[in-house]
Design a protein around this ligand. Structure first.
Ligand code: AMP
Length: 195
């Protein structure tokens, strides 16, 4: 299955994607992780990326699209994957569709994790206090939330019009949220198998 996972920072996307990956045994394609690896390797591209990311801003689409394009050509992606943090802009979504279509492929589902703005802020506050991810101080987190609202939220309409969007209520315990995700994924997998 080819899955896109969308949710604001602080919605529990990291936790839930890990569970879903082990449930489905497909590779995880996290553009954030790929970018952090590039920075860690201190490549020239890594330096450019590092500047963009440190302010909480988005990395330019061409860089992202080339990283993702290479990744999905790998043999382990033949039977599907989970995109996490990609696409993040409408342009990335359109480019992804075009790339898949050129290979006779398509996404199976876009899972949106939905939480109230209040609980997102609460979770971000908690994370800033207890974890030490360098890009996670509160100011940066708020900036990322703003980027989500302005740039990523429009993707929901795009995928909804294509009949791909499934919205998951992300409130409650991680177990409760995963149950909701699992039932949607099972349903889509059954439909796919039947078709
Ligand atoms: P994440 O680990 O997904 O939260 O991503 C961390 C940071 O990497 C983001 O705040 C962006 O600066 C950058 N980033 C990750 N994925 C993308 C993407 N698809 N497009 C642009 N920037 C991205």
């Amino acid at each position: 299955m080819r899955i896109v996972f969308i949710g604001p920072p602080g919605a529990g996307k990291g936790t839930q994607s890990k569970r879903l990956l082990s449930y489905l045994s497909i590779p995880h394609i996290s553009t954030g992780e790929m970018l952090r690896e590039e920075i860690a390797r201190q490549t020239p591209l890594g330096l450019v990326i590092s500047e963009q990311m440190s302010g909480g801003g988005l990395v330019p689409d061409p860089i992202i699209l080339s990283l993702v394009g290479e990744r999905i050509e790998q043999p382990d992606c033949r039977h599907g994957y989970l995109f996490d943090g990609f696409p993040r802009t409408l342009h990335q979504a359109v480019a992804l569709d075009a790339a898949l279509e050129a290979n006779g492929q398509a996404l199976d589902v876009v899972l949106e994790l939905r939480v109230s703005e209040e609980s997102v802020l609460e979770r971000l506050r908690h994370r800033a206090k207890h974890e030490s991810r360098p890009d996670d101080d509160m100011q940066t987190a708020i900036e990322r939330l703003r980027h989500f609202r302005e740039l990523t939220a429009p993707l929901l309409g795009y995928y909804s019009r294509r009949g791909l969007l499934r919205t998951i209520d992300a409130s409650g315990t991680p177990d409760e949220v995963f149950e909701r995700i699992r039932s949607v994924v099972d349903e889509i997998r059954d439909t796919k198998a039947a078709g």
